[in-house]
Design a protein around this ligand. Structure first.
Ligand code: HAS
Length: 545
C-alpha cells in the first residue's frame, strides 16, 4: 500500500546519507586540528582551509542531513500511522526536487570556497546570491513536504471528527507545523536582506536585524531536529523495548508545549548582541527555562515506558530492568545511548540559557560541546538507530553486520563523551569556538588547553571509526545483502488502552492562537524597533580567502 511513500522516503534518506557522509568526514579533521595535527594543508587545492571544511561540516550535517532525513521520515510515518497514502504525491516529489536543486546551487559555491561563511551564515560575511537562493530553496522544498504531511493529516481529521489521531502522525504534524511557523524568520532574512544585498539591490545589510531574523528560526530549528527523534523515543522505542508508552496524554502535551514555546526564545543566542535591550533578552531567557519542561516530561515518560519493557523482559530491582533492555538490537541501543548523552547536553543547555553564566560560555568551545551532545548525538545517533530498522523496512533486506551496528552505537557514545568533554572543558578555560585552536594554543601559550584539546582529538578519532562502521553497515545492507526480511514499523501502544485524549489536546485552534500571541509578544515590538532603526549600510566581507 505504501510503495510510493517508500520510494519517496528512500530517496530522501539517500540524499541525507550523502550529506552526512561528506559532512562528517570533516569532523575528525577539526578534532585533530584542535589536538595539534592540522591535515587541512594536505587537502589543498580541493579544500582551501579549516573554515571551508567547518562550513561544509556544519551545513551538510546540521542542515542537509537533518532536513532530508526528517522530511522523508516524517512523510513515511504520517502515512503509515494514519493508514492512508500521502495526500499530494506530486507535491511530495516536487518538495524533494526543490530541495535537491537548492542543495546543488548551494554546494557549488561551498565547494569552490566562495561561501565559507559557516552554517549560521552571519552577515556581513557575504556569499554569492545563488548560495543564499539555494539554501532558500532547500527550505521551500521542506515546506512542500510539510504541506503534504499537514494536508494528509487534515484529510484524516476530516474523516474522523473529534478523534485523536495516532500519536506518530500527530507528533509529525506538530513538528512540521513548528517548522512552517519558525522558518518565517530565515525566509524573511534571505528574501528581504541577504539575497537583495548579495545582488547589489540593497546598498548594505543591517547585521543586527539579520541576526535576529536568523535566530527567530535558528532556535526552533533545534526542535525541528529533536522532535523526530522524540517521535521515535515516544512512539516507537517503547515497542522495541517490549513495553508500552507510559502516558500518551503527557506525550501529546509535551509536543504542544514545544509548538508553543520553541519560537519566542531566539534571543538566548543573542545575549551579547548590543542592539537588543536587556528586557527582551530577559523575556526570552524565562521562556527558555519554560521550554526545558517538555524535555523533562519526556525524560520521565520515556524512561517509565522503557522500564515497563525492561520489567516485562524479566528485569527486577531498582535498576535491574536496565540490563534486560534489548541491548543486542542496534536500533534500540543507538537511541538509548543517544538519550543518555542528551541528559548531559540538556543540563548544559540550562547553563547556556542563564543570562549571566552565558557570558562565561558564549562563543567559546563550550557551545560546540553542547551541540554535539544534542544535535550531534541525541538527534544524529537516534536517526542512525532509526535507520537500522527503516532501511531494512524499505529495502526488504535484513540488516547486515548486526553486531558491528551495535558496536557503532557504543563507539559513538564513548567517542562523543570524550570529544564533547574536551570541548566543554577547553571552553570553560576560555578557548574560542570556530578557531584553529592548534595554532591558537601555540600563539597564546595556554598550556592548560593541551589535555582538553587532546581529548577532542581522541574522541574525534573514535567518532570517525563509528561513522565508518555506520556506513559499512548501511552499504552492506543496501547493496550486498542477499537475505530478505520483513521488518515491521515499531508502533508503541499506550499503557492504558482506555486512555482518553482530552479535547484540549486534540483541538489545534487554541494552541495556534497561543503560538502566534506569544510570538507577537516576544518579538513584535522589538522587531518593529529594529526595522525602524535599520541601517542597511554594511558592505559584504570575504574574510576567508
Ligand atoms: Fe541548545 C546553543 C539552550 C537543547 C542545539 N544549541 C545551541 C547551538 C546548537 C544547539 C546547535 O540558552 C549552537 C548554535 C550556534 O551555532 O550558535 N539548548 C538550550 C536549552 C535546551 C537546548 C535550554 N540545543 C538543544 C537541542 C539542540 C540544541 C535539543 C539540538 C537538537 N542552546 C541553548 C542556548 C544556546 C544554545 C542558550 C546559546 C549558547 C550561546 O551562547 O551561543 C533544552 O531544550 C534542553 C532540554 C533537555 C533536557 C534533557 C532531557 C533528557 C531526556 C533523555 C532522558 C533519558 C535518559 C535515558 C537519560 C532537559 C529527554 C535513560 C534510560 C535508560 C534506560 C538508562
Amino acid at each position: 500500500m505504501f510503495a510510493s511513500e517508500k520510494k519517496l522516503t528512500g530517496w530522501h534518506i539517500a540524499l541525507a546519507l550523502t550529506g552526512l557522509a561528506i559532512g562528517s568526514l570533516f569532523g575528525p579533521l577539526q578534532a585533530w586540528e584542535h589536538a595539534g595535527l592540522n591535515l587541512y594543508p594536505s587537502l589543498q587545492p580541493y579544500i582551501a582551509s579549516y573554515y571551508q571544511g567547518l562550513t561544509l561540516h556544519g551545513i551538510l550535517n546540521a542542515l542537509v542531513f537533518t532536513t532530508f532525513f526528517i522530511t522523508g521520515f516524517l512523510s513515511y510515518v504520517t502515512a503509515t500511522s494514519l493508514g492512508r497514502n500521502l495526500r499530494y504525491q506530486k507535491l511530495g516529489w516536487a518538495g524533494f526536487f526543490t530541495m535537491v536543486v537548492g542543495l546543488v546551487m548551494a554546494a557549488i559555491p561551498l565547494l569552490l570556497n566562495m561561501a565559507s561563511i559557516l552554517y549560521t551564515m552571519y552577515p556581513p560575511m557575504q556569499a554569492p546570491w545563488f548560495f543564499y537562493l539555494g539554501m532558500t530553496l532547500v527550505i521551500v522544498g521542506s515546506w512542500m513536504s510539510g504541506w503534504n504531511i499537514l494536508g494528509t493529516f487534515i484529510g484524516w481529521r476530516k474523516d474522523h471528527p473529534g478523534e485523536a489521531a495516532p500519536f506518530q502522525a500527530f507528533a509529525s504534524a506538530i513538528t512540521m507545523a513548528l517548522w512552517q511557523i519558525s522558518t518565517l524568520g530565515i525566509a524573511s532574512e534571505m528574501l528581504l536582506l541577504l539575497i537583495p544585498w548579495s545582488l547589489g539591490i540593497l546598498p548594505g545589510v543591517d547585521v543586527q536585524l539579520a541576526r535576529t531574523l536568523f535566530w527567530f528560526t535558528g532556535h526552533p530549528l533545534v526542535y525541528f531536529w529533536l522532535l523526530p527523534a522524540y517521535v521515535s523515543w515516544y512512539g516507537m522505542m517503547p515497542k522495541q523495548a517490549g513495553g508500552k508508552l507510559f502516558s500518551d496524554t503527557m506525550a501529546r502535551f509535551a509536543f504542544w508545549l514545544f509548538l508553543l514555546l520553541s519560537t519566542p526564545i531566539g534571543f538566548h543566542h543573542q545575549f551579547v548582541d548590543p542592539g537588543v535591550p536587556a528586557g527582551w533578552k530577559y523575556i526570552h531567557a524565562i521562556l527558555t527555562y519554560a521550554v526545558f519542561f517538555p524535555s523533562l516530561l519526556t525524560a520521565f515518560n520515556v524512561i517509565a515506558s522503557l522500564e515497563i519493557g525492561g520489567r516485562k523482559r524479566g528485569g527486577t530491582g531498582l535498576f535491574g530492568w536496565i540490563r534486560k533492555l534489548p541491548w543486542d538490537d542496534p536500533s534500540y541501543t543507538a537511541q538509548n545511548l543517544a538519550m543518555i548523552l542528551f541528559a548531559f547536553g540538556g543540563a548544559g543547555g540550562i547553563i547556556n540559557a542563564s543570562y549571566n553564566i552565558n557570558l562565561v560560555v558564549h562563543n567559546t568551545a563550550w557551545v560546540p560541546g553542547h551541540f554535539h551532545l544534542t544535535v550531534g548525538t541525541a538527534v544524529a545517533l537516534s536517526f542512525m538507530g532509526i535507520m537500522y530498522w527503516l532501511v531494512p523496512h524499505i529495502t526488504g533486506k535484513a540488516l547486515a553486520a548486526k553486531k558491528a551496528a551495535v558496536w557503532q552505537g557504543w563507539l559513538w557514545f564513548v567517542g562523543m563523551a570524550i570529544f564533547s568533554r574536551g570541548l566543554h572543558w577547553i571552553g570553560l578555560l576560555g578557548a574560542p569556538r570556530r578557531t584553529m585552536l592548534g595554532v591558537a594554543i601555540d600563539n597564546y601559550g595556554n598550556a592548560q588547553w593541551k589535555v582538553a584539546s587532546l581529548m577532542t582529538g581522541i574522541g574525534g578519532t573514535i567518532l570517525l571509526i563509528s561513522g565508518l562502521t555506520f556506513f559499512y553497515v548501511i552499504i552492506r545492507t543496501v547493496f550486498f545483502q542477499k537475505e530478505t526480511a520483513v521488518v515491521e514499523i515499531p508502533v508503541a501502544e499506550p499503557l492504558n488502552p482506555n486512555e482518553v485524549v482530552p479535547a484540549w489536546l486534540i483541538n489545534w485552534k487554541p494552541w495556534l492562537i497561543g503560538v502566534f500571541a506569544l510570538i507577537i509578544i516576544a518579538y513584535g515590538p522589538i522587531l518593529i524597533v529594529l526595522i525602524q532603526n535599520g541601517t542597511f549600510l554594511s558592505p559584504g566581507f570575504v574574510v576567508w580567502k
